[in-house]
Design a protein around this ligand. Structure first.
Ligand code: WT7
Length: 605
């Protein structure tokens, strides 16, 4: 495997290139400050796809990489305020790319490297990025992923892109285009010192796209100082992070979890953070715990979907490895069911490690509701996010907008006071920001989630209240999928619903009404829609089920009754609730029968 990155580090070090007067700026807080104190402390451990090939990067080395990359960006014409799209798997140069943007005052927009060319193109265009940073190929679960090819396809639709910086993750040469710049080669020519730009605390730091309940994904904007403060504080207190700990958050850097708890929180705290490139089952289901043993990870932070998957493989894969380094176990991205929580706590953590079920969102920048094991004697209950973090004031509201003050009650989760890490706007669409978050309950930030407050005042998240579904901790707007389905030649109309999935938490279920004489069957359409959605969004979004039906249940005024469809896919057809506005009861009966046939047919395969 090519490791040109290592050659760079042999060029000589840097002791930081900022004076103390810039000590408040963002990149200085994550790098220079620590280089002054402990230059040889390990900042990153890159846990590559193949176990046992990890690469360590010290603070001094990371600063040097960042500076050379910052200078490369500048030489290529990237200026303060410009948006730079990063389409890379977790690796040191991806982190250096994020930090380099921050260092020169540019705004990074990381796009998860599992997104399709079309999704990437949409995001590049929305951000008006002239620069894309990528790798020639990715490696995940032993498979080669052609990331540069995907970028080339995307860029065909983005005339505004002026340059593609390509890092060589593998030895394979990929076809070059006129826009390509070989990243490592250019970095080697640059100075190892790059003066950090002085920024205003409210300047944009990054954009991160996330799905909404309507329309296209939105680029949430996070700012400099508040975000970093919140990232560092939550990282320290929620995980009880101590100076010498090795922090292992296995999320991809393409999501907010990767931004806050792989990169910014740990680095601002001068910690050692793991970049996990692989999957939980590569080369076998012991991968996480083998990594914990080898790297001596102290805090492990992962998603319930992976825990549910590993639980099925049995305890042996866990017990084979020494997990005595572990102190805290974290869960993020979706509700953690009791069974998974208990297994995580008893088997993985040997009842020694508190499990922190952390509730937050791309919008909140960092953890908002979570147990805090640093607080001695803190109570932790299975599957509960428990208590608000410092400075977060959750409020429960009913559908009339009344604040619910009592305990033992459910409501819409809102936050009644601004906090440092909150997103400031949606890029180029402040109106949408206000409409989505601040207008539904005037005076409150609306999270889109439902919550139950127990009799003791603890918080338990109950799921989304809008048309967003959560597949393996990845957020997907049903409207995004419907938009694609409705463009298929055979489709007259459709409705996409989330259904409970044993491993993924939720899956996508598509109801389709065919155009007359379309010539399609349920089977042929299923295969085509799965492929189409993988191609247009990402593989995780592909629906498991496509049910062809004659009609969709509608109100007399023509609105699709999603609530009815939801009950059907949840196998709760006996609890359809009030159907007085339904226009066609027979259609519902047919859908119930069709659903049974589809699910039973699938199970017997
Ligand atoms: C949505 C946010 C949080 C970073 C990764 C996902 C759901 C998240 C929990 C949890 C129950 C959770 C919510 C939230 N969610 N964490 N601990 N318990 N639900 O960020 O893609 O912005 O998704 O994920 O529904 O609104 P995201």
């Amino acid at each position: 495997m090519g490791l040109p990155v290592l050659a760079l580090w042999e060029l000589g070090g840097t002791e930081g290139c900022s004076g103390n007067e810039t000590g408040l700026s963002f990149p200085v807080n994550c790098l220079d400050r620590h280089v002054h104190v402990a230059p040889d402390k390990v900042a990153l451990i890159w846990e590559k796809d193949e176990p046992g090939e990890e690469v360590q990067v010290t603070y001094r080395e990371l600063l040097e990489l960042t500076c050379r990359l910052g200078n490369t960006l500048k030489r290529q014409g990237v200026k303060r305020g410009d948006r730079v799209t990063i389409y890379m798997p977790p690796c040191p140069l991806a982190v250096a790319s994020m930090l380099a943007c921050a260092r020169i005052g540019a705004v990074h927009a990381v796009v998860f490297a599992g997104f399709s060319a079309e999704s990437l193109a949409d995001r590049i265009q929305d951000a008006q990025s002239e620069t894309v940073i990528t790798v020639n190929q990715g490696l995940r679960g032993g498979k080669v992923i052609e990331l540069k090819k995907t970028v080339d396809q995307a860029v065909k639709q983005c005339p505004g892109v002026k340059r593609i910086l390509v890092s060589m993750r593998t030895d394979s040469k990929v076809p070059m285009t006129a826009l390509d710049v070989l990243l490592e080669e250019e970095m080697m020519k640059e100075d190892a010192c790059c003066e950090p730009a002085a920024m205003d605390s409210e300047d944009m730091l990054f954009l991160l796209y996330t799905s909404g309940s309507t329309g296209k994904p939105k680029g949430l904007v996070h700012s400099q100082a508040g975000y970093l403060l919140f990232a560092a504080l939550t990282h320290k207190y929620v995980f009880n992070y101590q100076d010498r700990d090795i922090f292992g958050c296995v999320a991809d850097i393409g999501w907010i979890t990767g931004h806050t708890y792989v990169v910014y929180g740990p680095l601002c705290n001068g910690g050692t953070t793991v970049l996990f490139e692989s999957t939980p089952i590569h080369p076998n289901p012991g991968r996480y715990w083998e990594t914990v043993e080898r790297l001596k990870i102290n805090q492990f932070y992962g998603a319930p979907t992976a825990i549910r998957l590993l639980l099925r493989y049995g305890d042996e894969w866990v017990k084979k490895y020494d997990r005595s380094s572990l102190k805290v176990l974290g869960s993020v991205g979706e509700p953690i069911n009791k069974e998974a929580w208990e297994w995580y706590f008893h088997v993985v953590g040997e009842t020694r490690c508190p499990v922190v079920d952390t509730w937050w969102q791309t919008e909140t920048g960092g953890i908002c509701i979570s147990p805090r094991p640093s607080n001695p004697g803190a109570k932790i209950l299975p599957g509960m996010a428990m208590r608000p973090f410092f400075g977060i004031s959750p409020s429960l509201l009913d559908d009339k907008g009344n604040v619910l003050l009592e305990n033992n009650i459910s409501g819409a989760l809102c936050i009644s006071q601004a906090w440092p890490g909150m997103a400031r706007t949606i890029y180029n669409d402040h109106k949408r920001f206000l409409e989505t978050y601040l207008t539904p309950y005037p005076g409150f930030f609306f999270t889109g989630d439902g919550v139950y407050r127990t009799s003791e005042g603890y918080y338990q998240l109950t799921g989304r209240l809008d048309d967003i579904i959560n597949i393996s901790g990845h957020r997907l707007g049903t409207a995004e999928v419907e938009d694609i389905v409705n463009h298929h030649v055979a489709v007259a109309e459709s409705a996409v619903i989330g259904y409970p999935h044993e491993i993924k938490g939720e899956g996508a279920y598509v109801f389709v009404v065919l155009k007359k004489d379309s010539g399609y069957t349920q089977e042929t359409l299923t295969a085509e829609l799965q492929e189409l959605i993988s191609k247009k969004i990402a593989k995780y979004a592909a629906p498991e089920y496509v049910q062809v039906t004659h009609r969709l249940p509608k109100t007399r005024s023509g609105k699709i009754m999603r609530r009815v469809l939801r009950k059907i896919v949840e196998d709760k057809a006996t609890e359809l609730g009030d159907l007085t506005t339904l226009d066609d009861h027979e259609a519902v009966q047919q859908i119930i029968e069709g659903h049974k046939l589809l699910v039973e047919g699938w199970k017997s395969c």
